[in-house]
Design a binder for this molecule. Structure first.
Ligand code: GAL
Length: 658
């Protein structure tokens, strides 16, 4: 179990370093991420490298028994680089450059950036590949975090090559994008540009491809650095830090090429539902690389600096959030950052070692957490106990959020709606792509797969044929991989599986819009009663049982929720977006059919129970103390446990037989 932080010794005089190492030992730190923003310090000018300071601090850490997650330092090019090579600056959709003076201002597709980054990484990797302190490589930092999309000339040129590679001919590109619409036909790849500022809507195929291209360019940067590290003979695992479900980067695609998944997590301490974000992150990270423990690479020990108002963490919140990650498969709890900065825009961001010193609650909680983590037994990565999967697909995310749809949908919040409902029911879930092997699951929730590939459609059918229980929700199976309708209407691939035909989408006025106010439709019948919003599709149940119908409004009497049994399995279709309680009603039905049980029965919604092998973690995020019955041995001190009393942010770590 790793414990530690980003460590930025270059921000401090060298006299401070030995104290840092001593304090790290006091806190139980086992590993620090070094060099993430050290490019300017390592390479003060193009032909000058200075590694002596880095040698010294790595040596000090090593002597202190602290391992190093060594960064490649490529996330923030120094000013000399962008002055010499201005073509490496990224640009916004007007083509205006992002200047240096902050961070992440580089164009990922820029040959100049890649050349400089490659030279830097080569030097670092060759120097430290065999160093015994280095146990992990940290490539770049939070790819795409600030710079979601780059519209620079470097991106323009790279996009043309990317398209040429994908389509082979400009005729194929024209066909894929449907450019006979609005006279958009291209005569050559050289006529194509990034979707820069335009008077009105861009071509949706182009927007989707630009998303793919953006993720691919960052992926190329990652793989370039990874390959350089390997070519230097380094054998340590390699990672780059993810940010939960982050739209610009297709983590599901990247995961296979990371040795270890790592994640950065910053829920708002003020948000009483923030713990569900932590749960969602953890379940996603575990699911991205089954069987391999992941690392919580960054979190805050207390407040951050980047919200309009930055609440401190409540007493105990830090340990609760950290153990929530361990419960979901993390084998490392790390922070941004070790010592709070004294200058720069993050000086108000908390650190493990606060600016106010060690006579602080933060320091005491940091030290206590280090002890708890150090006392935990070795844990399996993932015991495969989740029997439910929620499908999450990046390409669908990009496509469903293209403009000019019946209604605008926020895909992540819709997926989160289902996730949160399952979480409130204390059912453990995985978050997997629609083409994943689903055979270990009894129930699968497929929210809004607007872009549904043929492989995914076949996978869903196969799951139900194999006895699985599937829930498909509105606005699914609408377009192909180029965001074009398939011929033959909507839902063409899942029609037989679901036994329903979708005639129209029945958009309802969204909650946030002005005008007539939010529209809802009532779904009732068969024990269901809940409002739907955003969509109330006009659906014909041609070969399915209608469990509940729309009650009132334009869709009055039409099917709202249908089921089609197929052998031991079943396929449900929900033609609207339910509220929280509606999602709970639908999931209770689905889980009943699939015989899925909660991790522990009878828990309030602000308490969670998570299983990781023999370790059962129970955490109370509510305002009131709760008693929970659970049999086993306390994982930290070995005492027999039959009932635990949990104060707010209290937790129990219990080794059970099951
Ligand atoms: C992360 C970033 C860190 C630090 C942190 C502050 O996004 O990787 O370098 O800026 O946020 O919360």
């Amino acid at each position: 179990m790793h414990y530690g932080a980003d460590y930025n010794p270059e921000q401090w005089p060298e006299e401070v370093w030995p104290e840092d190492v001593a304090r790290m030992r006091e806190a139980g730190v086992t590993m620090v991420s070094l060099g993430i923003f050290s490019w300017a310090r390592i390479q003060p000018s193009e032909h000058e490298f200075d590694f002596e300071w880095l040698d010294r601090i790595i040596g000090l850490l090593h002597d202190g028994g602290i391992a190093v997650d060594l960064a490649t330092a490529t996330a923030s090019p120094p000013p000399w680089a962008t002055v010499a090579y201005p073509e490496m600056l990224a640009a916004d959709e007007n083509g205006t450059p992002y200047w240096h003076g902050s961070r992440q201002h580089y164009a990922p597709s820029s040959p100049a950036y890649r050349k400089l980054a490659a030279a830097l990484v080569t030097r670092i990797a060759e120097r430290y590949a065999q160093h015994p302190a280095v146990v992990l490589w940290h490539v770049n930092n939070e790819y795409g975090c600030h710079l979601n999309i780059d519209y620079s000339d470097a991106a323009r040129d790279a996009f043309r090559s990317w398209l040429q590679n994908r389509y082979g001919s400009v005729e194929a590109l024209n066909d894929a994008w449907g450019t006979m619409f609005w006279s958009q036909r291209y005569g050559s790849f050289a006529e194509v540009f990034p979707p820069r500022h335009a008077p009105y809507s861009h071509n949706p195929g182009q927007l989707l491809d630009y998303r793919r291209f953006t993720s691919d360019m960052l992926f190329e940067c990652y793989r370039m650095e990874r390959d350089i590290i390997r070519a230097a003979g380094a054998l340590q695992p390699i990672t780059t830090n993810f940010m939960g479900a982050f739209k610009p980067v297709n983590y599901a695609q990247w995961a296979a090429e990371l040795d270890v998944i790592s994640d950065d997590l910053y829920p708002d301490p003020n948000d009483p539902e923030g713990f569900r974000e932590g749960a969602f992150h953890g379940d996603l990270m575990r699911s991205l690389k089954p069987g391999t423990p992941w690392l919580l690479m960054e979190q805050a020990s207390n407040a951050v600096n980047w919200r309009p108002s930055n609440a401190p963490k409540a007493p105990g919140q830090l340990a609760a959030q950290s153990l929530q990650a361990v419960a979901r498969g993390a084998d490392g709890i790390l922070f941004f950052q070790w010592r709070q900065s004294r200058a720069g825009s993050e000086k108000f961001h908390s650190g493990m070692l606060p600016h106010a010193g060690t006579e602080t609650r933060t320091w005491r909680e940091v030290v206590a957490l280090g002890r708890t983590l150090g006392d935990l037994p070795a844990l399996p990565a993932d015991d495969g106990s989740a029997r439910v999967a929620i499908l999450l697909d990046w390409e669908n995310w990009w496509a469903i959020e293209n403009p000019d749809h019946p209604t605008s949908l926020d895909y992540l919040s819709l997926v989160r709606g289902w996730y949160d409902a399952a979480h409130r029911l204390h059912v453990q879930v995985d978050l997997v792509p629609p083409t994943a092997d689903l055979s270990r699951y009894r129930a699968v929730i497929a929210p809004h797969l607007y872009l549904l590939t043929e492989q995914a459609a076949a996978n869903l059918s196969g799951f139900v044929d194999g006895g699985g229980h599937l829930l498909v929700t509105a606005f699914t199976d609408v377009v192909d991989t180029n965001d074009r309708f398939r011929t033959g209407g909507f839902g063409t691939q899942l029609r037989r599986l679901l036994g329903v035909v979708v005639e129209d989408f029945g958009a309802l006025v969204a909650p946030a819009s002005s005008g007539p106010g939010q529209q809802q439709v009532q779904v009732s019948g068969g024990g269901f009663a809940f409002p739907g919003s955003l969509l109330a599709e006009e659906v014909q149940a041609v070969d399915a049982e209608v469990l509940a119908g729309f009650d009132g409004g334009r869709q009055d009497g039409m099917p709202g929720l249908t089921a089609r049994r197929r052998g031991a399995g079943s396929a449900y279709y929900l033609a609207t977006v339910p509220d929280d309680d509606g999602a709970r009603q639908v999931l209770q039905h689905l889980f009943g059919a699939a015989q899925v049980q909660p991790v522990l029965p009878g828990l309030p919604p602000t308490v969670e129970a998570i299983r990781r092998g023999r370790l059962l973690t129970v955490i109370n995020y509510g305002d009131e103390a709760v008693d929970v019955e659970v049999q086993g041995l306390d994982a930290v001190d070995g005492r027999a446990v039959s009932k635990v009393s949990l104060q707010p942010f209290g937790y129990a770590l219990v080794l059970t037989d099951a």
